[in-house]
Design a protein around this ligand. Structure first.
Ligand SMILES: Cc1cc2nc3c(=O)[nH]c(=O)nc-3n(C[C@H](O)[C@H](O)[C@H](O)COP(=O)(O)OP(=O)(O)OC[C@H]3O[C@@H](n4cnc5c(N)ncnc54)[C@H](O)[C@@H]3O)c2cc1C
Length: 426
């Protein structure tokens, strides 16, 4: 097996991988991107709708246009991009085993950036009862069929889940002349961005049924209908509320899971709340020299946020290689990590631990677990208030929040900080 050596190897050539590679290349000589597909750009290649780039480029781009900007920038550098290259293993000493066009190869890396994106949850994960006919797709797969392969998934579609992908597909299918019977959402609130509810459902007269779920799949060869039921406060179907909705296609938009098989193989500890790796404030995982960013770390709402996070990961990975900011093992032991604890409404935080000497500013991202109409972000270390928002506002699970803390505010005695959203209506 051939062994190739690089300073930084990035796994995944989506927006996260490309942004990380470009940033790392600013300070190290040899950078490689390993991508299993035959092109760079990741999932954005199939997202032909607009709405990308408002933050990073201050203009509205389609997914392929946004991705192309990074593909073009990468082409101007000597970053080695290995396409059709599937990484199958990572060892703790940072050896990467990949199946490439030239056979199996080993990549030796000074630092690794994990940027493998995420995958969609399927029927099996939510255990919908009923038969197992054809015509049940994840929303992203249907998006690929319609936008890239020119296939029509069906004629009458029910969508389960009001995440952004489901909403975008409701509009896309309608534009293709396919009847969308309705979007059904288990929770009492929509899971997608407000702009997508408005632009993708309301503008096309597609009904959104909250607190409702699919309780049975009906059909033998091809799906013929679904049974939907209202759910109670404990999200359990209410007997007597069943309704049959005829359809020949069911699209599932029921959440995304970070693609973490490789992370596990590398021995990286995962955060059960995000299913992505646990990282510190330099986006370093529990395995020294392995960093993570983008949807493999935690699912983002906007690609712009992915780009910004990935640039940080690329910079930290390069700094690790250059040994500039690396905290020595003894130092790390002395300055025990400060835990970041999500409290109350806050479902998770990234990072989950902080080494104050690693970054001057600690960027904390988090999501709430349920909506709050009027709340304030509060970050505390014991009695010390590190951050409190000035004004109360609305919080929803579909929008990722962030707060920055200056590392020098964290006292050496501090062992944990708490992040919460304080309700102002109590
Ligand atoms: C359907 C859909 C609609 C969206 N709509 C919007 C929108 O309107 N606006 C917006 O801002 N954002 C939107 N997003 C979100 C945005 O696209 C993502 O946040 C972004 O693409 C994530 O980037 P990433 O690089 O982390 O992951 P990805 O784009 O998924 O890239 C990961 C890459 O890693 C590769 N990979 C995985 N495993 C391996 C392996 N073992 N070996 C080699 N390569 C590997 C994959 O092939 C892929 O190319 C949407 C996402 C989806 C899925």
């Amino acid at each position: 097996m051939k062994t190739l050596k690089y300073d930084v190897v990035v796994i995944g050539g989506g927006p996260a991988g490309l942004a990380a590679a470009l940033k790392a290349r600013e300070t190290v000589e040899k950078v490689a991107v390993l991508e299993r597909n035959d092109e760079l750009g990741g999932i954005l290649n199939q997202c032909i709708h607009s709405g990308f780039g408002l933050h990073v480029f201050k203009e509205e781009l389609t997914g392929p246009e946004y991705a192309q900007r990074f593909v073009d920038k990468t082409a101007e550098t000597d970053i080695a991009c290995y396409l059709n290259t599937m990484v199958i293993d990572i060892t703790k000493d940072k050896q990467i085993v990949a199946m490439t066009e030239e056979g199996m190869q080993i990549f030796e890396a000074g630092a690794i950036v994990l940027a493998m994106g995420c995958r969609e949850r399927t029927r099996g994960q939510i255990k919908i009862p009923g038969t197992r006919p054809a015509g049940i797709f994840t929303a992203g797969l249907a998006q690929r069929y319609v936008n890239l392969e020119n296939f029509r998934p069906g004629s009458r579609v029910v969508i389960l889940g009001s995440g952004d992908i489901g909403l975008i597909m409701a509009r896309r299918l309608t534009l293709e002349g396919i009847k969308v019977m309705g979007v059904y959402e288990l929770m009492p609130y929509a899971n997608g961005l407000y702009r997508n509810i408005k632009n993708c459902l309301d503008d096309f007269g597609i009904p959104l049924h909250l607190s409702t779920t699919v309780t049975k799949i009906i059909g033998s060869q091809r799906i013929q209908a679904v049974e939907v039921s209202a759910v109670d406060d404990n999200l359990q179907p209410i007997p007597g509320t069943e309704e049959i909705v005829p359809c020949d296609t069911l699209l599932l938009s029921i959440g995304l899971i970070p693609e973490n098989e490789l992370s596990k193989k590398a021995g990286v500890e995962l955060n059960p709340a995000t299913n992505g790796p646990k990282v510190d404030n330099s986006l370093e995982t529990s395995v020294e020299g392995i960093f993570a960013c983008g949807n493999v770390l935690h699912v983002h709402d906007l690609v712009d946020q992915v780009t910004q996070e990935a640039q940080d990961a690329g910079q930290f990975a390069a700094a690790y290689v250059n040994n500039k900011k690396k905290v020595s093992a003894e130092q790390e032991e002395k300055d025990k990590a400060i835990s970041v604890v999500p409290e109350g409404l806050v479902r998770y935080t990234v990072p989950s631990e902080i080494y104050p000497e690693k970054t001057p500013v600690v960027k904390i991202k988090f999501r709430v677990g349920r909506p709050e109409n009027s709340g304030k972000i509060l970050v505390t270390a014991g009695d010390q208030v590190l951050f409190e928002s000035k004004k109360a506002r609305k919080f929803v699970p579909s929008i990722m929040e962030s707060v920055n803390i200056k590392a020098d505010m964290l006292k050496s005695s501090c062992q944990e900080i708490k992040v919460t959203v304080k309700s102002e209506v109590d």
